[in-house]
Design a protein. Structure first.
Length: 579
């Protein structure tokens, strides 16, 4: 059989849109992306998904013994297996045709070219520039950015290494033993997730992450720390986020109460795009690390927002992390669509969400150190693709799914029951490393982890028939009548989809590749849904209402005129507080 990309090169009788990067400003792009469900490819795909649901997945394996080879792709040692989905040759061809007709390649090129594809905020989307080499020549709105990126990387490397080697100390010349990052959303989830993921590479101070405005978070974190040896990083793109500002003020008080107001400068650093606001907080300019409005919060781990990670693992490993992501960028830009990991992952995601109508997907890392990866992806994916208005201002029929998950094997003993036998179909995304970092005498752990991961995807796909269930009970010595009654409860329907991402070992470059893979996957899906993945207006209303409710909670203003639920709850709060 010829390689997949040869077979896919043939013209498929569909009209491919000749969209170029330069004509792809939002307005011009709308007409090509607002036809959800109407283009020939989309209509064809809906029919295919229906047929696939009837046919299932098992039979695809019996029909084609080399299915794994046909429906997997790799970038170096990162393997994507999507063979345990209901996508067949024709569906893949049609999905790729749809991606072309929705302008995935042209829009990708526009993004890399620095065009303001985030048109509701009139911004470029250039987090890839943060992990690029100067020769890559990234420009935002035609202005070169690599010089500024390199300067910040150099400054944060010098600061991180100074903290790590003890040349940068606290006000009393005490070595920094603990770094507390104060931030939320993209200013927390990325560095918190990655710092945990790369724990084997830690040789710097301990790192802690405070995000929640709930005072318990900062109080419990500071309880065990010594102000003299603690450094705070205030991370906020806008430097206005109420949670971060409130926690930063608490941290400032904690330092000045213990060490005096003069010590504040030695115990704080900041990461922000709002340099003037940081200066007002009292942080010296050489401790402020900037980034730019073309870096979305949830795409900012590669910027100075990664400072706590860099302090933990060192500048060299941080550069390996960036290099891994850059490798994925190059792959995304250049690999044929049928071999392109972010494109394939996006197409699988769209197939499940928009065509099979599965409302959620579970991300299950069989890698304990990726335990925050699902939470990280929740922001990356749902804040990007949880939209109801398309590029043309019209309501879209469907957008991104609910993303959730927990590490395996723990999930197996919690919610996998529902995934195997519940009435909803939930596609699962397994992530697992072939190798652990633990010593050889612990190898059995990794063997068990791998066996469990593969067993879950096999069980989801194969299932167990009524005959098999009954026979198993009879073989175990059960009476026939009893076996007939119990067997239906032990049936697994099977034909439940999953994909597996397998990597050699969770090292900095692999983590970089993985994150960039998911970033670009979100982008690909957004083009298929016809939405802008890079704004997040949906978080604003709650923030506005919270601000207006603060004086109501404190009793400065009354709850009169609010809906009866809100007013009733405010009255109950006042009663419970005795106010
Ligand atoms: O509320 C959502 C959000 O704006 C995210 O997009 C962002 O990552 C987070 O808040 C934190 O914002 P900032 O870094 O400006 O404090």
């Amino acid at each position: 059989m010829p390689p997949i990309h040869n077979r896919l090169k043939r013209p498929q009788g569909r009209r491919f849109l000749a969209t170029t990067a330069s004509n792809i400003m939002a307005g011009q792009f709308m007409s090509q992306t607002s036809d959800s469900g109407a283009s020939p490819a989309a209509a064809e795909l809906t029919g295919m998904a229906r047929q696939a649901a009837d046919r299932g997945i098992r039979s695809l394996f019996s029909d084609d013994p080399s299915r794994y080879l046909e429906f997997s792709a790799a970038l170096g040692d990162l393997v994507l297996d999507y063979s345990k989905t209901s996508i067949d040759d024709d569906a893949r061809d049609a999905l790729i045709a749809l991606a072309r007709s929705r302008g995935v390649e042209a829009r990708r090129d526009a993004m890399f070219a620095g065009e303001p594809i985030n048109f509701t905020e009139d911004r470029s989307v250039l987090h890839m520039a943060l992990r690029a080499e100067p020769m890559d020549g990234f420009r935002a709105a035609r202005n070169p950015v690599s010089g500024a990126v390199a300067d910040v990387l150099k400054a944060m490397s010098a600061f991180a290494e100074g903290v790590r080697n003890g040349t940068i100390t606290g006000a009393r010349d005490t070595q920094i033993t603990d770094v507390v990052n104060i931030g939320i959303g993209g200013s927390d989830l990325g560095p918190a997730m990655a710092t945990l993921a790369l724990a084997p590479y830690h040789d710097g101070p301990r790192t802690h992450f405070v995000s929640n405005v709930d005072g318990a978070h900062i109080a419990d974190t500071l309880k065990t720390l010594d102000p003299a040896s603690t450094l705070f990083i205030i991370a906020s793109k806008t430097f206005t986020t109420i949670e971060t500002m409130t926690n930063a003020a608490a941290a400032r008080r904690w330092i000045s109460d213990a060490l005096g107001e003069d010590a504040v400068g030695d115990h704080f650093a900041a990461v922000s795009t709002a340099l003037d606001k940081v200066a007002d907080f009292g942080i010296a300019s050489e401790r402020i690390f900037g980034f730019w409005d073309w870096v979305g919060g949830r795409y900012s781990i590669w910027s100075a927002i990664g400072l706590p990670l860099m302090i933990a693992i060192g500048a060299s490993d941080f550069r390996d992390f960036l290099a891994g992501a850059r490798e994925m960028d190059t792959h995304f830009r250049t690999a044929p669509l049928d071999q392109n990991l972010p494109v394939l992952l996006g197409l699988v995601g769209y197939w499940h969400r928009a065509l099979c109508d599965y409302p959620t997907r579970a991300v299950i890392p069989y890698d304990q150190r990726l335990s925050r990866f699902p939470a990280y992806l929740q922001q990356l994916d749902m804040e990007s693709n949880g939209k109801r208005v398309g590029l043309d201002g019209e309501t879209v029929p469907v957008s991104g799914p609910v993303v959730w998950g927990e590490p395996g094997t723990n999930g197996q003993h919690a919610f996998f029951q529902l995934i195997h036998q519940g009435t909803d179909i939930i596609p699962v995304e397994f992530l697992v490393g072939a190798n652990a970092h633990e010593p050889a005498e612990m190898r059995v752990h990794q063997d068990l982890l791998l066996a469990n991961c593969l067993a879950q995807s096999e069980a989801l796909m194969r299932g167990r028939t009524l005959d098999e269930a009954r026979q198993q009970l009879l073989d175990g010595g059960m009476e026939r009548e009893q076996a007939e009654r119990i067997a239906p409860h032990r049936v697994f329907p099977g034909d439940r989809p999953s994909i597996t991402l397998l990597y050699r070992q969770l090292d900095p470059a692999t983590l970089g590749r993985l994150i960039a893979l998911y970033e670009h996957r979100v982008f690909v899906e957004a083009q298929l849904y016809g939405i802008n993945a890079f704004d997040q207006w949906g978080v604003e209303l709650g923030k506005e209402l919270a601000n207006r409710l603060v004086p109501v909670i404190t009793g400065e203003t009354s709850a009169e005129g609010r809906d009866s639920s809100t007013a009733g709850l405010v009255a109950a709060i006042h009663k419970l507080r005795g106010s």
